[in-house]
Design a protein around this ligand. Structure first.
Ligand code: PDD
Length: 279
């Protein structure tokens, strides 16, 4: 596996960053996960733009312009052996000589790290049966729109699902749906696709945008509005979406069947549109 650290392409096993790196000490960094199909990075402009937004909100100067980012990502894809990949990209505020919460001076350069893994999308069996989810209160901070590496809450929330034998945790804040621990959540009720609007309480998912675009293009009824916990619990279908999970049906929530307990027709339709679109 070839990785990239601050301008150098190196075997992942030889990649090194300092323990003084603020990503390590403070979780002070931004990241992206970009799916690659047949050696083409999917929605790369949108991922690079979201990274720029996260860095701007962090007040960290973007070390590369969009074209440079696309070249580095392309090089990582080319130097790794798989046609379908999941490229991980991280930028931290770099390594200072002292531990200090406040930002370092301009002499400290950000740390840029990329690696790639084989892309693992849901199995045929997961698609056929759907996956189980647990729910939990959304204990994260108030800037969930930023894709930062400060991920302790997300890790705790995803582990909550695993401990319950589930694949994902569906998060509620004040009785409203936000998203999943590492995915966006869509709800189908009476033939209408429902999803909460983008806000500081959720990540603006790249897959979220693709799904809404596909719903618009193909004329699937949809509403972008606040979704009540009660509506999630009485949904006909639930889906989780992300760059690696694509569109995956959730067929049980907290041990209760979602709708019929089987993947539903709207999810199958959206999955098919997504598969066609991603090529
Ligand atoms: N996670 N919400 C959260 C909290 C996420 O972590 C993710 C993605 C999403 C979906 O975003 P997108 O469609 O842009 O992948 C929503 C990535 C895949 C991860 O952390 O591995």
């Amino acid at each position: 596996i070839t990785a990239y650290v601050n301008g150098q392409y190196v075997p992942l096993a030889e990649a090194r960053v300092s323990p003084m790196d603020r990503g390590f000490l403070f979780g002070d960094g931004a990241y992206e996960v970009i799916p690659v199909y047949s050696r083409r990075a999917f929605r790369i402009d949108e991922h690079v733009a979201r990274l720029a937004n996260t860095l701007a909100a962090m007040r960290l100067a973007n070390p590369h312009g969009a074209e440079e980012w696309k070249a580095i990502i392309g090089e990582i894809v080319a130097r790794n052996p798989w046609d379908d990949q999941s490229v991980y990209l991280q930028v931290t505020r770099g390594a200072d000589t002292r531990r200090n919460h406040a930002f370092p001076g301009p002499e400290v350069a950000p740390t840029v790290f990329l690696m790639s893994e084989p892309l693992v999308t849901p199995t045929a069996e997961q698609l056929a049966t759907g996956v189980s989810a647990a729910s939990a209160a959304d204990i994260r901070w108030l800037r969930c729109d930023l894709k930062t590496v400060s991920m302790l809450a997300n890790c705790l929330l995803r582990q909550h699902a695993i401990d319950k034998g589930c694949a994902e945790t569906v998060l509620f804040r004040d009785s409203f749906l936000t998203e999943g621990a590492a995915s966006s959540i869509f709800v189908c009720k009476d033939g209408v696709l429902l999803v909460p609007p983008k806000s500081h309480l959720m990540l603006p998912g790249i897959t979220y945008d693709v799904v809404l675009e596909l719903a618009r293009t193909h004329g699937m009824a949809h509403e972008v509005r606040e979704v009540l916990e009660a509506e999630v619990r009485s949904a006909d279908e639930l889906w989780m979406t992300s760059s690696t999970k694509e569109v995956l049906p959730i067929t049980s929530l907290d041990g209760q069947p979602v709708g019929t307990g089987q993947p539903g027709p709207m999810g199958r339709q959206m999955y098919a549109w997504y598969q066609e679109f991603k090529q």
